[in-house]
Design a protein around this ligand. Structure first.
Ligand code: IMP
Ligand code: MG
Length: 182
């Protein structure tokens, strides 16, 4: 596949729509955690680099409870548009999730391999609770069932770029989420 050409990128979700989804998700998550958390408890938010950095920056500012942020970087994609099927850790957490309320943020659930791997790995370390939030879901591509607790919206089976999503590390900084119109 040749590189995407900017003039063939079509808007799939506008920056305004993304902002609405984040506000809705943030409100739902806040309501739930306000009930779940005891007064002295806080949440460890685990952000999957690099794609979820924009989602995390926007969503986290809607959350109305005490939290800390840590990052993991997992690789299953390389630079192509197809999952390689196995997941590697390129950067691990800096704090232990043991005994903490853990909220994982990913920008998109595709085959489900990344979140299954990360979810299992976190569960082995005995968090107090573990929930997953994702902005986008491509249900038609799922290979492994993954329970996503908070989902922004389902999307069609299109390769998307922008708002953190890349094609060969390009386009992450675009404000909208776009697809290649062929
Ligand atoms: P999964 O392990 O197949 O669920 O893949 C999850 C990861 O693949 C996401 O966190 C993204 O980094 C990447 N990915 C999946 N779909 C797309 C896409 O449409 N555009 C760019 N990256 C994607
Ligand atoms: Mg990702």
């Amino acid at each position: 596949m040749t590189a995407f050409q900017e003039d063939r990128l079509k808007t799939y979700l506008s920056a305004e729509r993304i902002a609405e989804l984040n506000a809705e998700l943030g409100a739902r998550i806040s309501t739930d955690y306000e009930k779940l958390l005891k007064p002295d408890e806080q949440v460890l938010v685990v952000v999957t680099l690099k794609g979820a950095m924009f989602f995390a920056a926007d969503l986290l500012r809607h959350l109305r409870f005490s939290l800390s942020i840590d990052f993991v970087r997992l690789a299953s994609y390389g630079t192509a548009t197809k999952s390689s099927g196995n997941v590697r850790i390129l950067k691990d957490l800096e704090v232990s999730p043991e005994g903490r309320h853990v909220l994982v943020l990913d920008e998109i659930v595709d085959t489900g391999r990344t979140l299954q791997f990360l979810g299992n790995r976190l569960r082995e370390q005995n968090p107090k609770s573990l929930r997953i939030a994702a902005l986008l879901d491509k249900p038609s591509r799922r290979e492994i069932p993954v329970e996503v607790d908070y989902l922004g919206t389902a999307v069609e089976d299109k390769f998307l770029v922008g708002y953190g999503l890349d094609y060969g590390e390009k386009y992450r900084n675009l404000k909208d989420i776009l697809y290649l119109d062929v």
